[in-house]
Write a protein that binds this ligand. Structure first.
Ligand code: SAM
Ligand code: ZN
Length: 395
């Protein structure tokens, strides 16, 4: 059975570009000389964190499944992620399949795969990603981890994931269209994600929740459950990891967790709203629909923290902070910005540590968040929090 578009590794780069040798993690590969967005084959060094996360969660998945796993990257670029998986965690991967429609990317990936001697693990296609995924699904190919890493929004590819995602697989989805997701261009968000985004103090968590809702809804249409286990907002992108399973019943429950959120930009009151419920406050607005459930699976974040100790990932320090938020945020939705508390109460911006100390003393949870500097995630009510802010205030 042959699938159209299979590319053979190549011992020479056939096109006419100057190349640079790059070292990332424990792997070496070539990129085309030039600035990130000016070259005809995309490679962004800033995405090292994104690639490290894929390596970590691939390893985690192989530990959970107690076997080497099959990985698929439908938008593989010049093959960096696949080479890193094959070189850095060979004990975790049975195969890595990559694909890219671009002529230059594909040529360079073929050369990189050959040079890195990873061709016994990495298979490469040059196809339109949706067409390839539909064909793989028809042929009943299944993967235990799929990494979708597009330019901009992932939405056009989502419906094609579920036919090739094995039961209990991990699917991770990146979005880089932050201007849409963060409410700079709300019409664009409405068109692509069917949701109203916001650009207030909650913007990055709202963006993540809108993206999650898109993935959950797409999976639910195919009677699949896509349960978010880890959420990262960094640099110019959001990346979410989902555990994927089959269950019409649970898919219904997941779809019911997609709600609108009412939010007040003056006092920071917010509420996930039931159908037809309204929301009133000083400066009330309604956003979404978006995901109202958990952003993290605490147990898996903890397991990932342990596994990371055995890996040599360039961004491990940063990843540790994200995983700790996953482990310790207790999945409390949203956070309160300290400067908004200050302006609402007409006091100086309160010190995080002081508020945290008093909240903890009263038995509440209180943590920082990586979604926003100077903000607090707590299970105390807004009234309680405002009272404590006044108590610690030096005006
Ligand atoms: C963000 S880049 C991928 C980067 C890569 N994952 C990495 O870690 O370096 C997106 C890639 O998708 C490819 N692409 C865009 N649309 C595509 C499509 N419909 N089918 C296949 N490839 C596509 C582009 O050529 C580009 O190389
Ligand atoms: Zn209000």
């Amino acid at each position: 059975m042959t699938i159209k578009g299979l590319v053979q590794p190549s011992d020479e780069y056939k096109l006419d570009h100057e190349l640079d040798l790059i070292i990332e993690g424990e792997s070496e590969f070539y990129k085309i000389k030039g600035e990130v967005y000016d070259t005809p084959a995309f490679f962004n060094p800033v995405m090292v964190l994104n690639r490290d996360l894929t390596i970590l969660f691939t390893k985690l998945q192989s530990v959970i499944q107690q076997r080497k796993i099959r990985v698929f990257e439908p938008l593989g670029g010049i093959g960096v992620r696949a080479i890193r998986l094959a070189k850095e965690i060979p004990d975790a991967v049975e195969s890595v399949t990559i694909n890219d429609l671009g002529e230059v990317s594909s040529n360079l990936a073929a050369y990189n795969i050959n040079e890195s001697k990873t061709n016994s693990i990495v298979a490469q296609y040059q196809r339109e990603a949706k067409a390839l995924m539909a064909e793989l699904a028809e042929l009943r190919f299944k993967y235990q981890l799929i990494d979708l890493d597009p330019f901009g929004p992932p939405v056009e590819f989502l419906d094609f994931l579920w036919g090739i995602a094995q039961r209990n697989s991990i699917v991770c989805v990146t979005a880089t269209d932050m201007t849409a997701l963060c409410g700079v261009f709300p019409e664009s968000c409405l068109r692509k994600y069917g949701a109203l985004s916001n650009n207030n103090y909650q913007t990055h968590e709202t963006a993540a929740r809108i993206l999650i809702a898109s993935v959950v809804r797409s999976a639910a249409r195919f009677e699949k459950v896509a349960d978010p286990i880890f959420t990262v907002s960094s640099d110019h992108y959001i990346k979410i990891f989902f555990k994927v399973n089959d269950s019409r019943g649970i898919a219904n429950e997941m779809a019911n967790k997609i709600k609108r959120v009412g939010s007040c930009t003056k006092c920071q009151k917010f509420k996930f709203l039931e159908i037809e419920e309204t929301f009133e406050c000083h400066e009330a607005k309604i956003f979404g629909p978006l995901w109202s459930g958990n952003l993290f699976n605490q147990e898996l974040c903890n397991q990932a923290l342990e596994i990371m100790k055995s890996l040599n990932l360039p961004s491990s320090e940063k990843i540790e902070k994200f995983l700790l938020e996953g482990k310790e945020s207790h999945n409390i939705p949203y956070y309160y910005a300290l400067e908004y508390i200050a302006s609402f109460l007409h006091i100086n911006t309160p010190k995080f540590e002081k508020i945290q100390h008093l909240l903890n003393k009263k038995g509440f949870k209180a943590n920082k968040t990586l979604f926003r500097k100077q903000a607090i995630r707590t299970d105390a009510s807004l009234e309680e929090l405002l009272g404590i802010a006044l108590e610690v205030s030096d005006i």
